[in-house]
Ligand binder design. Sequence first.
Ligand SMILES: [Fe+2]
Length: 531
Amino acid sequence: MPDKDFSDILCSLSSILYSFKDAESMCSDVVNLLVSAPTIRRSLAIMKGWRGEFHTVGYSGISRGRGLELKNVRCDKVTNEFITQVLNDKETVVVDNLPPGISSPDSKGKNLMCPIMCKGKGVGVLIVEVMDDPVSLVKFIDAVARYLSLAIENHTIHNDWLENRIELVQEIETLQLMYEIGKEILFNLRTEEIVETVALMIRRIIPCDGVTMALFYEEKTAFKVIASIGTGLENGLELVEADVPFYRIAMRGKTFYQHDITLDIKNFSKLAEWAEEKNVYSYFCVPLMVQDRLFGAIILSSVRSAWFSATHLAAAEKVATQVGIALSNAKLIEDLDEIFIGTVTSLVKAIDAKSNWTRGHSLRVAEYAVRLAQKAGFSRQKIERIRIAAILHDIGKIGIYEAILDKPGKLTQEEISQIRKHTSHGVDILLPLNALRDIIPIIKHHHERYDGEGYPDGLAGEDIPLEARILAIADVYDAMRSDRPYRKGLTFDKAVQELEGGAGKQFDPVLPGRFVELLQQSGLKDFELRD
Ligand SMILES: [Fe+2]
């Protein structure tokens, strides 16, 4: 570098100090600049690391001999003590002999050593070796060190501000997420749906490569993976104590963090498979607990080692508390629903059984409707909904006199309108049950006709829910095949003929054909359900 005079150096200095680089880069640039002065032989900057030890961050000038470079070198004990002393005094000093760790064998001049300060504390030193009388340069080097200190302080303050802001933003995002999870609890009480939603949401506040949501099954003493995203554990996988190290810790309600998965893979085979298949390096597991009861666990994973920080763990624990409550509510509601559905199913069976003519009707209709829904490619959840709707489709008949239901002769207009009320009675019975709200439209509209001539609302075509159109076919087919007080059950061929003839009129135009195919192929033709 060509020699520069001091005014040139000052000009270049200002551009370094306004460069918004980090402290170490600025120090390195400053020492490179200083050696361009004709009287400065070498320059060195030393900064304090986060553990409190000093290391060189910039070196420029004459060789230290033996080809050693003095960049990014940790200082020895003697040098550390020497620098600490200068920083305690907070003054620029002239030093004849530097400690051997930072001195140069071909050193000829004297050294000026200036403290670098940040927020009132010494964070490093700037050292220059000069050929002339060092006293003449004290003021200049001292000023450079002060400007450098100021720039480092500004940079630190800016960084702190940024970090606080990031923390604040993260805090707000966590709150927002918790609000959304809260909403999810209010509007959606099914365990598996809560779990899937949370898995997707949690990635918004915690940067990670994978999310696993597992539920704990007491009867099996195992976690089962219910939802998995990215590098998450495989969906459906069951994990017992011997499989994963976090099992025992999660059982005790504690969070488990492993920054390096390779430390555990020897002892846990499923962990080894996970690390191998998904390239997972670090992960943590937060249990989902409510009042000492374990509901499951959230596991976040990364393909980088030691990726997660204390902030990530704290955010996940906050979310886990919220999810735990959601799951315990869901479990409670599901238990209640199960008890209810169980009770209602036995009631429906009892109603069916009261009359010889309808014995087993609801369960057969359920079997037909489920098979048809499977053939139509419905999701597991939708099929389950159809099954329950079919079992309960005539629940509204509870309020209708048996004398009318079982009447052997022709019904009067008044009796017909009484029977037709069973669809809306059914809705009234099921309305208070949150978990069954989805099946209400299916039950309400199972007597609508595709041509709009049905009841209760006279809906037509695609306005009739698809599930209700499926249920209508299953219901009518079973009714046609059964003996009634006023007629014998129809033969298979005759019933099929009726179904096909009703396509596009009473029934959906396509579904009867598919149903007939199903009956012929699957052996459902001779299907008979016994109580
Ligand atoms: Fe009905």
